[in-house]
Ligand binder design. Structure first.
Ligand SMILES: Nc1ncnc2c1ncn2[C@@H]1O[C@H](COP(=O)(O)OP(=O)(O)O)[C@@H](O)[C@H]1O
Ligand SMILES: [Mg+2]
Length: 330
């Protein structure tokens, strides 16, 4: 399979600060790559280089066979970009925004009108087509921005944190739209801080931190890479976790840990899930520990992230606010 996007040895320095330190990416045509990393990891910098908005210090990028650094103009024709620096005019309606973009790309009036109408329908914005974009919710504004990136039907679409700041409904709507794009054979480079989003949408995931790739693979491969199942035990409130930690250390494979969300939740990687759980519960009982709940689960991408970076991934999205909307529409 040929790669629709090929990034080799990307380095970006700002003065003496190196923000990208040798990023390699390959996205087979028709697949979704999730570029996953915490705030400041280098996601937007990577995306800006791939989409010709920024020149790297070192490295090369090819998009749909075009060398992005040598021929940025042709590369741009093959890429749709939608993200944090949205280009939506708040004073125009959704329809007018898209028609304007289509006209800028050289379509005649009739073509531009048809394309705008069909995109509004595809992205679930038909009902709001004739409202000023300034009145759109954050999720709608994001989808309108994405629609603008799709006007020319580019083979490669780049989405920079498409759901950051959206409420759960807005996020689901965006996921559906991205799913439709992929079903149509579009190649997608998607950045996200949300493990769940990468898990849901991406065929392959590349995890970056401090400008470096720290892991890559499918969600399943990444989960498998950190070992077996995880045993989680919840203690009655106010109990000293130390005796329980000792028991988990005995029955588990790695270092047991206290979950960040509560003093009473402990977990450890285990070899033989259910059997180990039974053994652990017996020993906890012997040690006089009062257990409220226990379970074994397959590792999540959160576990992967924690084991790779030593710190938990970014928490849940903040609820949609007017600030976000302003940022998108300004
Ligand atoms: N123009 C710039 N000058 C100096 N540092 C920058 C500039 N743009 C980004 N950075 C730094 O580069 C790092 C990566 O930023 P960015 O690519 O925006 O990360 P992400 O999108 O993953 O949150 C951050 O530490 C950021 O502060
Ligand atoms: Mg960013």
């Amino acid at each position: 399979m040929s790669a629709a996007v090929e990034v080799r040895g990307l380095v970006k320095n700002y003065g003496r600060t190196r923000v990208l330190d040798g990023i390699d990416l390959e996205i087979p045509a028709g697949t979704v790559l999730g570029l996953l990393g915490p705030n400041g990891a280098g996601k937007t910098t990577t995306v800006r280089i791939v989409t010709t908005l920024l020149r790297p210090t070192e490295g090369s990028v090819r998009v749909a066979g075009v060398d992005v650094l040598r021929d940025p103009a042709s590369a741009r024709q093959r890429i749709g970009l939608s993200g944090q620096y949205a280009a939506v005019d708040a004073n125009l309606t959704g329809f007018e925004n898209l028609r304007m973009v289509a006209r800028l790309y050289g379509m005649n009036r009739r073509e531009a009108t048809d394309r705008a109408r069909s995109l509004l329908a595809e992205l679930g914005l038909e009902a709001a087509a004739d409202r000023r974009a300034g009145t759109y919710s954050g999720g709608m504004a994001r989808r309108l921005d994405l629609a603008g990136a799709l006007v020319t039907r580019p083979p490669v679409v780049v989405l920079d944190e498409p759901t950051t700041g959206l409420d759960p409904r807005g996020r689901l709507d965006m996921w559906r739209v991205i799913g439709d794009l992929v079903a149509d054979g579009t190649t997608v480079l998607l950045t996200t801080q949300y493990l769940e989003e990468a898990d849901m949408l991406a065929d392959r995931i590349v995890v970056i931190d401090h400008g470096r790739v720290i892991a890559r693979g499918s969600a399943e491969e990444l989960k498998a890479s950190i070992g077996g199942d995880r045993l989680t035990v919840t203690l009655a409130a106010g109990q000293d976790p130390k005796p329980a930690l000792r028991v988990l250390e005995e029955v588990g494979l790695g270092e047991p840990r206290l979950e960040p969300d509560g003093q009473e939740v402990l977990s450890v990687v285990v070899g033989e899930g259910t059997r180990t759980m039974v053994e652990a519960l017996r020993r906890l009982d012997d040690a006089g520990v009062c257990v409220l709940d226990a379970g074994v689960h397959r590792p999540s991408l959160d576990d992967v992230f924690l084991s790779l970076t030593g710190s938990p991934a970014t928490g849940d999205a903040e609820p949609e606010t007017d600030d976000v909307r302003e940022e998108i529409l300004s």
